[in-house]
Design a protein around this ligand. Sequence first.
Ligand code: FES
Ligand SMILES: [Fe+2]
Length: 409
Amino acid sequence: MSREELVSMTRSLIAHGAADTMEYADEIVRVPASTYTDPELFELEKRNIFRRLPLMVAPSCELPEPGDYKAMEICGVPLLLTRQRDRSVGAFLNMCSHRGNPVVEAGTTGNATRFMCGYHGWTFKNDGGLVGVASPKDFGPVDKAALCLKRFPVHESAGLIWATLDLDSKLPIADYLCGYDALLEAFGFDTWTLFSQRTLAGPNWKTAYDGYLDFYHLPVLHKDTFGADFFNRANYFFWGPHQRLSSPSKFAQKTGSDEMLDLSEMADEELPADALTQGVWTVFPHISIASFYGGGQRGAMISQLFPGDCVGESYTTQYYVMENQPETEEDVASAQEQFDFLEIVVRDEDYATGRRQHEALQSGMLKEVLFGKNERGGQVFHTWAAKLTHASDEELLDIFAAERKQAAE
Ligand code: FES
Ligand SMILES: [Fe+2]
């Protein structure tokens, strides 16, 4: 983890806060309204973004023990994640090599060393190996080694698991992350635990994601819940398409108390971990991470967004992760209260607005939407989304090789 880089971002936020300034984008950017509503573009995004780029498929603490597994379906691709005996994660195409039946039902989790396909009874180990063909004498001889579950590229770092849903992908996941995961390590998620999770329905995936990328809307849309005390300002930091946004301020709340720390009076080595990770950390194209405190513990909401079945639908899994599990009944209730509050904010404020916005945009009457100089996050996100949707496979490799080189300099 580069504490130096975190400190330098924090110093910049403190300086802007003290001067009552923020960093602006150069200009207002116009995005065609059809970007949100065009069904053909939506299909292309599913194919070229969600089925071609690494996705953060689970926090490590969702699969903490050898044998833990989770089956999910992402943009039509059945995915099986397992924690293998050596504690590494396997990401497999969840389709039996006999005739393609999913070997584990999508949406389920559990702990198992083997999976038996429910159609004809072939059995696979949780490292993907085919161990048993039912009635082998009747079936005839097969090369078991050639009939393992197919493996997707997978990468675990900073307590998060990425997989690429393209069996032939040549894009190294580390290139794609542009060094960003080294900063995400500052949260310490690799030793945290999963408190709870839920899945919410939302509007078009980009409409939904826009809401994670600006603070401009906080004092307006969220005025009755938490936004009244927030400024509309954010400074942005970028690593390739991944970005962090944070309020320019010289203050930070002391962990677990109402006391405010004046960071401008603290030496670099005194800056606390929470102050260094303030704000919202997004991972392109679909993750947002924000810190909270509740139940006597540091916690974070990891929101994982996927496109739904049609252009106007998405779904978001909210993982509430905590540094330690709350122990007393009171602490459990308080953590649950924090988690429930975040459901209300996202469901009833962000996504309810996103739905109304999407319906209105579908009228086709508005040709463009605007992202102001203070909404640099949305500007950058839409630029990357368009660039990666339309890039060829070769261009994709070049783009991220160059980003990684730049990040290393
Ligand atoms: S499809 Fe799995 S055993 Fe036949
Ligand atoms: Fe919001």
